[in-house]
Design a protein around this ligand. Sequence first.
Ligand code: NAP
Length: 231
Amino acid sequence: MTTTLITGGNKSLGFETARRLKEHGHRVVIGARDPERGQQAAEELGVEWVEVDVTSDESVAAAAKAVRERFGGLDVLVNNAGISGPFAGVDEFDGPSVLAVLDTNTVGVVRTTHAFLPLLRESAAPVVVNVTSGLGSFTVRGDESRIEHSLPTLGYSASKAAVNMITSVYAQFLPELRVNTVDPGYTATDFNGHSGPQTVTEGTDAIVAMATIGADGPTGTFTDRHGAVGW
Ligand SMILES: NC(=O)c1ccc[n+]([C@@H]2O[C@H](COP(=O)([O-])OP(=O)(O)OC[C@H]3O[C@@H](n4cnc5c(N)ncnc54)[C@H](OP(=O)(O)O)[C@@H]3O)[C@@H](O)[C@H]2O)c1
């Protein structure tokens, strides 16, 4: 059975990814930084949960240990946990506000992947899905017809552009893994005050597609639910 961990799985896109991957027959483990929220979501979904705060080296190390002890290993890691940072004018961004977004969205991906790499390397079909955003794509942000073009998301866009590069480098130097980055698309969740036009099911199409590619799937790609995305 495929064992899958989804960070930030207690709500929104992570929660829906967990629901859908369970339907696909995965043994799903949701990661949650808050034990109460994690336990409640896991009960609702009928899946397992572990405590994991992606901004803490100790927390991700403890989560990797717990997953090994309780489930014997890991096949699929979905790096989904993320924060938006301030919705503000670019002149309002300062060092601490950008650092906080990078810590969660970018360094969090490296922390979690690094901690779970020994488990993934023992899998016959190790897969990593990094949840990025069109806001982190130079191509998408450069397209005046896209909503992403108009948003001054300085820290967030930088954090997700970095996730895309991290994905590309991991894919190149870890050929034994499938590592891909996916844009859910603008989706109604707490993240954006439920302003996005997509449902969470639509928003998880690309995540679920890349979490279920298996050993022969692509690596180093950037897709959304419609297909390839420009970097
Ligand atoms: N919604 C969109 O339109 C959209 C579009 C493109 C990309 N994305 C990306 O999709 C992912 C999920 O977004 P969403 O819309 O589902 O956001 P959301 O509703 O805000 O949920 C975010 C999840 O991440 C968790 N999280 C935040 N910081 C964490 C940390 N330090 N450690 C562990 N978990 C943490 C949250 O936990 P708590 O419940 O404890 O806060 C929550 O479970 C993010 O990476 C986001 O950047 C979203």
